[in-house]
Design a protein around this ligand. Structure first.
Ligand code: IDP
Ligand code: MG
Length: 138
């Protein structure tokens, strides 16, 4: 069990002015911000980040969507970070996300679903180092 996870506030979350409200929920849930960056993915970067989904039917749309506007990339720290953060964000489809979860509150659709959350300790480390270096110092 690791104590770090990785998240992005996706283009819809940024465009709808939900950076502040989403970060507030994250802090209220007990996560500490370790590293944070406002940036925008090129289509090539989005393709690489989501390469694990390259055979899924929604891949091309997802790459287009994730490079359509700025995002906020964040490394978070808390006990049991990966699992607790997945609980905090709720199901991929906001229509199925539990009440009070970040996707329930802020997501628009199964694609534009406000936030990313790593699904394993291994992926949290890989996704964090996609955006940040030397994070062990923070
Ligand atoms: P997750 O973000 O809850 O882990 P994944 O299955 O890993 O969900 O999918 C990655 C991202 O791809 C989702 O967050 C969402 O933006 C998009 N996505 C997933 N399933 C669909 C779909 O059926 N249609 C369109 N986009 C999807
Ligand atoms: Mg996933």
């Amino acid at each position: 069990m690791s104590n770090r996870t990785f998240t992005m506030i996706k283009p819809d979350g940024v465009a709808n002015n939900y950076i502040g409200p989403i970060l507030a929920k994250i802090n209220e849930a007990g996560f500490r911000i370790i590293a944070m960056k406002y940036t925008r993915l090129t289509p090539d970067q989005a393709s690489l980040f989501y390469a694990v989904h390259s055979q899924r039917p929604f891949y091309n749309d997802l790459v287009k969507y994730m490079s359509s506007g700025p995002i906020v990339a964040v490394i978070l720290e808390k006990n049991n970070a990966v699992e607790d953060f997945r609980t905090l964000i709720g199901a991929t489809d906001p229509a199925k996300a539990a009440p009070g979860t970040i996707r329930n509150l802020f997501a628009k659709s199964i694609e534009a679903n406000a936030v990313h959350g790593s699904d394993s300790d291994e992926n949290a480390a890989a996704e964090g180092s996609f955006f940040f270096s030397m994070t062990e110092r923070f």
